[in-house]
Ligand binder design. Structure first.
Ligand code: PMV
Length: 341
């Protein structure tokens, strides 16, 4: 029996950066994200009579010795350990957006793999009946990629670090309809990043800016939550811009330093601020561990922002993905092609 999960990506408004314990996937700080809708991963999983797991990515069968196939097989081992089931799986997965370019394919990828893999191992889409509710799914997804734990539900989602690795929690603080925002994702490069976020996380503690950052994050979280509760983009926007730049300041001042931002990223952010100041539209940027820019704006302004960006940056923009606040993963029996091949 085949099960297919479709899971959304998410964009962090308050970033997860740095880990207290890498082996237990225990983050240095609480983080908060908006679940997306268009940028997703669709993953099918089927029990198969084989000696090893099989992985088909974007229509191509991966060699079992490839880095990607091994990462997926390691995650399936976690799901087998959690369910007590031993079956090998064939997993078919594809993204709606370019992987490894700062649009967090690992978040949607590990959320979809966790949901589809659990369903296939348990032989049912009723995961909750087998003890896999939101908390358990989030805890498993996190082992694949930290930010994946925020893709297991929709709207605005907070991941609390807790006092110990085992007291981490993930909760939806507001649903997708409560405050709809557009995320105009401006892809300035679709090249794989030279340093993975997994590696760069471990450098965070060496930055002299990291301790002051951690000291101020509690207050910033409160301000971001208050802006979301008030549905106030004018209060939210400056907070998310400062937050993204602060995370990159830590990344750039760590040992070794990493530069995810490019000249075009910097030019784009300056341009956005200049257009905003001129009253062209109200839009704010945030940036994950890559060169691409997420522009948050009211849904009515998304087309205007995308057109203006194209006009100003032309060929320097590789692609624009118009996304918005979305709900959590879906799971179905069989193969629902919600993502075009
Ligand atoms: O989940 P990871 O290990 O790929 O870390 C990603 C961290 C950021 O995307 C930069 C921020 C976040 O909170 O998603």
């Amino acid at each position: 029996m085949m099960f297919t999960a479709s899971a959304p990506s998410n964009i962090a408004l308050l970033k997860y950066w740095g880990k207290r314990d890498a082996a237990r996937q225990w983050p240095a700080n609480d983080s908060l994200s908006m679940t997306l809708s268009t940028a997703r991963t669709e993953t099918s999983a089927t029990i198969a009579d084989r000696a090893v797991d099989g992985v088909v990515y974007a229509g191509n069968t991966l060699s079992e010795t490839s880095k990607e196939a091994q990462k997926i097989a390691r995650h399936l081992d976690r799901l087998r350990a959690a369910t007590g089931r031993t079956g090998r799986l064939v997993v078919e997965t594809r993204n709606t957006f370019p992987a490894g370019c700062g649009i967090a394919s690992s978040a949607s990828g590990f959320a979809a793999l966790t949901v589809a893999g659990l369903a296939a191992l348990l032989g049912t889409e009723d995961l909750a009946a087998h003890g896999f509710g939101l908390a358990e799914i989030a805890a498993l997804a996190r082992q694949g990629s930290g930010s994946a734990c925020r893709s297991v539900t929709g709207g605005y989602v907070r991941w609390d670090a807790g006092d110990t690795p085992d007291t981490q929690t993930v909760q939806q603080i507001a649903d997708a309809d409560s405050f709809a925002l557009a995320d105009v994702i401006v892809v300035l490069s679709d090249r794989e990043k030279a340093v993975s976020s997994t590696d760069a996380h471990t450098f965070a503690w060496s930055s002299p800016l990291f301790a002051p950052r951690l000291a101020g994050l509690g207050e910033r979280l409160k301000r971001i939550e208050a802006a979301l509760a008030a549905k106030d983009l004018s209060r939210l926007g400056p907070e998310i811009e400062a937050e993204a730049l602060e995370m990159h300041a830590v990344i750039m001042t760590a040992t070794p330093p990493v530069h995810y931002l490019t000249e075009t990223t910097a030019a784009f952010c300056a341009w956005l601020r200049q257009r905003r100041a001129a009253g062209a539209f109200e839009a704010y940027f945030t940036i994950d561990a890559g060169p691409n820019v997420h522009v948050l704006t009211a849904p009515k302004d998304a087309d205007l922002v995308a057109l203006a960006a194209r006009a100003a940056f032309g060929e320097r923009i590789h692609a624009i993905i118009k996304d918005h606040t979305g709900s959590g993963p879906t799971l179905a029996r069989g193969h629902e092609r919600t993502v075009s091949p």
